[in-house]
Ligand binder design. Structure first.
Ligand code: GLA
Length: 387
């Protein structure tokens, strides 16, 4: 699959630009197993990479010009002068790769120019980090071609800067680190305070388990304002509690912290989610490390309830997936990603997958919702050079 996709993108590059690319790279979308809205609170996250990737064929040029083209959005290549790149000026998908070039240059790296042709199999607007995949694939290609020698975590940081400052979306570091650092067969336990990480074996098939992604097809793009509000509320909570970040509130100090917040009801709910969610990540890590994979199910479900009731970023479609999953024998289920639409994940016995898939279809039809897209998520490789 990957080799075929790489070949197609390579041929697409040649047809478009009339030359061979210098190489072809891939970076994946991600699912977050647990640890939601914790990354901008210096907390813990646990994403794993999907088999779906953004693939980029890239050739350097030496005239300060950046040409960007996507097979997914047929049009002529967009041509930009690297010296003129400036935050929040680019439109649509080109903001992500252009932002990466801007961030690399801002960090003091010479950017001579490049021709880029991209194609992605990561569903966009589905909460599966299609934008981070675009950023990281371009960052890795330029790191290799320009001999920058940057480490994966450094590329992730630069991509986050591209997203925060160039694109203007106030996201955390999880998605870019997942795309850059995940490994096949593992989930990535990441401490977003110091970016220390541990690869946790997560081989579901070997245990007769499956993890389904249910894409509700509700696009979450409109939610940026809400994301920013949650982030600001968390920062307010940390300030009121006198800590650098909500990460610093221990789970056994939660009640005292909530008391101190008094009648700041909104902030209290946000704090409660973040503090309990960090604890859930730690518990999931220790269960996986002791081989008790089935036992993580209830923690996933608890995480969903917290996002729905305290953080308030779920929606009717996501709740329907979770309720239907649990009523049909799943071990656990939760929304994943930023919220307000996008996808849910469902942990289930392999044998139960056909019945669950049917149950989602029936429930969505009955509720009058657009049919969801259901697929199995196999923990896959992070960003890499293909050719
Ligand atoms: C989006 C952001 C991430 C993270 C998640 C919520 O995916 O890009 O940084 O905050 O939402 O966990």
């Amino acid at each position: 699959m990957a080799a075929e996709h790489a070949q197609q993108v390579r041929e697409g590059f040649t047809a478009l630009y009339g030359t061979e690319p210098d190489g072809v790279w891939a970076a994946p979308g991600r699912v977050n197993l647990i640890g939601e809205h914790t990354d901008y609170n210096d907390g813990f996250v646990m994403p794993f990479a999907l088999p779906h990737t953004a693939v980029a064929a890239v050739a350097l040029r030496h005239d300060g010009v950046l040409r960007l083209h996507s097979a997914d959005m047929p049009s002529d290549p967009v041509e930009l002068r690297i010296a003129d790149l400036a935050p929040e000026t680019a439109d649509g998908w080109t903001a992500y790769p252009a932002g990466v070039v801007w961030a690399l240059r801002q960090a003091g790296h010479e950017m001579p120019g490049a021709d880029v042709h991209l194609a992605s199999t990561v569903p966009s607007g589905a909460g599966l980090s299609s934008s981070a995949a675009l950023e990281v694939v371009v960052a890795l290609a330029l790191n290799d071609l320009c001999g920058l020698g940057l480490k994966r975590w450094q590329l992730a940081r630069l991509c986050q800067r591209a997203e925060n400052i160039y694109v203007g979306a106030p996201t955390g570091i999880m998605d870019q680190t997942a795309a850059a650092c995940c490994q096949a067969g593992h989930a990535l336990f990441l401490d977003t305070r110091d970016l220390s990480q541990r690869q946790i074996p997560f081989d579901l098939a070997a245990q007769g388990l499956r993890l389904l992604v249910v894409d509700t097809q509700v696009k979450h793009a409109h939610s940026e304002g809400e994301y920013g509000k949650r982030r600001a509320g968390c920062e307010k909570g940390a300030a009121l509690l006198g800590v650098d970040a909500l990460r610093d509130v221990p789970c056994d100090g939660l009640d005292a912290a909530l008391d101190r917040l008094g009648d700041e009801e909104e902030v209290r709910r946000l704090v409660k989610h973040v503090v309990t969610e960090n604890r859930r990540v730690e518990r999931v890590v220790s269960l996986l490390e002791s081989g008790e994979t089935r036992a993580i199910g209830p923690l996933l479900t608890e995480g969903h309830a917290s996002l729905r009731d305290d953080f308030r970023i779920s929606c009717a479609e996501l709740d329907l997936v979770v309720d239907t999953a649990l009523a049909s024998g799943a071990l656990g289920a939760r929304m994943t990603g930023g919220g307000f639409g996008g996808s849910a994940i469902v942990l289930a016995e392999a044998d139960d997958v056909p019945a669950l898939t049917k149950a989602f279809e029936d429930a969505f039809t009955h509720a009058g919702f657009t049919a969801p897209r259901v697929f199995e998520a196999v923990p896959s490789a992070g960003a890499r050079r293909l050719v």
